[in-house]
Design a protein around this ligand. Structure first.
Ligand code: MTE
Ligand code: MO
Length: 252
């Protein structure tokens, strides 16, 4: 939100709601102010644009709710998953000593980190809620390396705008903007509650993004790619993605 003021946006927004279709006008507003999410086409597009633009203008820096320790769920709910692939099992049999997270794309210094390397960065812990779009949720403590620290170490190039992240399970990948990538609560989580992050919850490494719905918090993350375009990396628009049809920006 560099070139326009919030007041300008609000004024323009009020003018829009006075029109016949506020949603259609929202799409134009989003375009005008450069706040268009990549799934802005189609029948839900204008609604997606309205949500994303409003969030980025008004709540960019706000934090997801954090809970007291007493609210940690006694029985956290791990989503059902198909068996993991051979590459995963091989790494698991070596206690994940060879697990790597690579950072590449539009960075000055591409890097590859072991879990031990990641633990060497400043650590953040937070007690937040995982909210699935299917209606269930649980609260857990997540401990890990803020993604912002790793990005800082690699040096994001000025033209970068998004980040695409990948799981060892090739079905799962997603993308976020840099505001969420650099958000203080966005963690590369390697621990949960009282121990290492269990495999059922995405161990050994999961991207925890507490400001968006659970499906953006991808398990078994192995790679993040910094980019200026998410073309081809928008699950909502990809029929092969398990997140096909779900909003790209799933803010909570
Ligand atoms: N690699 C991978 N990541 C994933 C999933 C998955 O099946 N595979 N499921 C997603 C969905 S839809 C949700 S709601 C959350 C569930 O997290 P949980 O198992 O900790 O409850 O993980 C997300 N991340
Ligand atoms: Mo989900």
């Amino acid at each position: 939100m560099s070139k326009i003021s919030r007041r300008q946006f609000v004024t323009a927004g009020l003018a829009a709601t006075a029109g016949v279709s506020g949603l259609a006008v929202a799409a134009n507003l989003g375009r005008r102010f450069g706040l268009v999410p990549p799934d802005s086409g189609g029948i839900y597009g204008p609604g997606e644009t309205l949500t994303y633009a409003a969030q980025r203008l008004f709540t960019r820096h706000s934090l997801a709710r954090e809970f007291p320790r007493s609210m940690i769920s006694k029985v956290p709910f791990a989503n059902d998953m198909p068996p993991l692939n051979d590459a995963f099992k091989r790494l698991q049999s070596g206690a994940f000593a060879d697990w790597r997270l690579s950072i590449d794309g539009m960075v000055a210094r591409p890097e590859s980190y072991s879990l031990a390397d990641l633990r060497g960065f400043p650590v953040r812990s937070q007690i937040t809620e995982v909210v699935c779009e299917e209606g269930w949720s649980y609260v857990a403590e997540w401990i890990g390396t803020p993604l912002s620290e790793v990005l800082k170490a690699s040096g994001i190039l000025p033209q970068a705008r998004y980040l695409v992240y990948f799981s060892i399970d090739p079905d799962w990948w997603d993308s976020i903007d840099l505001a969420d990538a650099q958000h203080p609560q966005t963690l590369l989580a390697w621990a949960m509650n009282d121990g290492d992050l269990p495999v059922a919850f995405g161990g050994p490494l999961r991207l925890r993004l507490p400001r968006q719905l659970g499906y953006k918090s991808i398990k078994f993350v192995t790679r993040v790619m910094v980019t200026d375009s998410v073309k081809g990396f928008v699950p909502a628009l990809d029929p092969k993605s398990p997140n096909s049809g779900y909003a790209w920006y799933a803010g909570i």
